[in-house]
Write a protein that binds this ligand. Structure first.
Ligand SMILES: [Zn+2]
Length: 397
């Protein structure tokens, strides 16, 4: 009996050994079929039909990987593709493009770097050329777009970049934006019947015109630098905002504080009066009192009407005394204005000895870094100038 029972048990084990794997096999086949139908209906994660960087092409999971390739840049850019697409870009090895650098004359020298789309451009060469300032790398020999290091590359093909050079004047760096210094003299209120001196009509600026000019500068957000900033600009130590202008008013006539100071205050524009201190009436210095007005020397008494008493033709010690007197009255020695624009070595020596850092002539022109600070040009603004001529003078400077 016991033997019969043993044989029965063995039979059951044998049938189980056959049945269990068979059931597993059936279940596996069933699961495989169900999953197969799911794949054909759902796109692979990270692929957005039609909007992404990739061509989705077929929905077949087995071919999605192969169809993931960058298009040739026509009509499909990274913009518009979702975050998930960008993750896919990271996962996929990006193609690399070559940037060739062309220095141009006199000795063409080529270097190249490899860059990937969307990655920061690193390792751009900084060439040097005697007598020239390197302005940057551009996509064309003239015009084109400037490509800067650190920017993300948008190139989807190999590209050549061209060095842009600017010729330097040996002494003066004319590659930067120049700084115009405007010159005014007298102001008249024509509405109140004030008239210009017949022989000097260009020097007598109607108040309404001056107001219009200052309104233009303030409206266009022009910056009026301080004397320390102007000096540092000339020495190449700082760059000034592109729209910078210096306003100077010569001689220190009463019409300056009567008419010009209130307008400068209104538009918050800094200006400098070059004052002939001998001609200052008692207490009139207070009338210039404005946080926007600086008073500098136009000599104490070397602005001789018949030009026989000037810083250029008087004994050196007399010039020193005269300059010191004007500094004592005004309390400033940042800038000097040569009476009638007359300048010579002796006058420059005296200015340096007294401590002036800069001096202006009546020569036409704008300031550039590297200029001789004792021979600075200006732009005279004449009474008859229209606002468009005024704007043009400043913009071409
Ligand atoms: Zn003068």
């Amino acid at each position: 009996m016991a033997e019969e029972k043993e044989k029965g048990k063995i039979r059951i084990y044998k049938s189980l050994l056959i049945c269990v794997p068979a059931v597993f096999l059936i279940v596996l086949v069933f699961i495989a079929r169900v999953q197969g139908s799911d794949f054909t209906e759902t796109p692979a994660p990270g692929i957005e039909n039609g909007t992404g960087l990739y061509e989705t092409g077929s929905n077949d999971s087995s071919t999605n990987q192969e169809t993931m390739s960058l298009s040739d840049g026509t009509g499909s850019k990274a913009a518009g593709s979702g975050e998930s697409s960008e993750e896919s870009i990271e996962q996929k090895e990006m193609p690399s493009y070559k940037i060739s650098f062309i220095n141009g004359d006199p000795l063409p020298k080529k270097t190249a770097i490899n860059i990937k789309y969307g990655k920061k451009i690193k390792g751009m060469p900084k060439p040097e050329k005697q007598g020239y300032k390197f302005k940057g790398w551009y996509t064309a020999r003239s015009g084109g777009e400037k490509i800067k290091a650190g920017e993300a590359s948008t190139f989807t093909h190999d590209i050549k970049l061209y060095a842009r050079w600017e010729k330097l004047n040996k002494a003066v760096d004319q590659s930067t934006r120049s700084l115009p210094v405007l010159t005014y003299h007298q102001f008249i209120d024509t509405e109140k019947g004030e008239k210009a001196k017949a022989d000097l009509s260009a020097d007598y600026m109607p108040v309404s015109v001056f107001k219009e000019q200052m309104e233009f500068l303030a409206g266009d957000k022009y910056y009026t630098p301080s004397w320390d900033e102007i000096y540092d600009y000339l020495k190449g130590k700082i760059e000034l905002p592109k729209k910078s202008v210096v306003i100077t008013i010569d001689d220190g006539a009463a019409s300056f504080y009567d008419h010009a100071v209130p307008i400068l205050d209104k538009y918050k524009l800094r200006a400098t009066g070059f004052i002939i201190t001998k001609h200052l009436k008692k207490d009139s210095i207070q009338k210039f009192n404005s946080r926007y007005v600086s008073l500098q020397s136009h000599s104490h008494n070397m602005h001789g009407g018949n030009k026989n008493k000037l810083v250029t033709n008087q004994p050196y010690n007399d010039v020193l005394k005269d300059l010191n007197k004007s500094v004592e009255i005004l309390g400033n020695s940042d800038a000097f204005c040569y009476p009638f624009g007359y300048k010579n070595d002796s006058a420059v020596k005296a200015l340096k000895e007294v401590g002036f850092k800069m001096a202006f002539t009546t020569t036409y022109g704008s300031l550039y870094p590297g200029m001789d600070p004792y021979s600075l040009p200006r732009i005279k603004i004449n009474a008859g100038m229209t606002i468009s001529e005024f704007a043009h003078q400043i913009k071409i400077a």
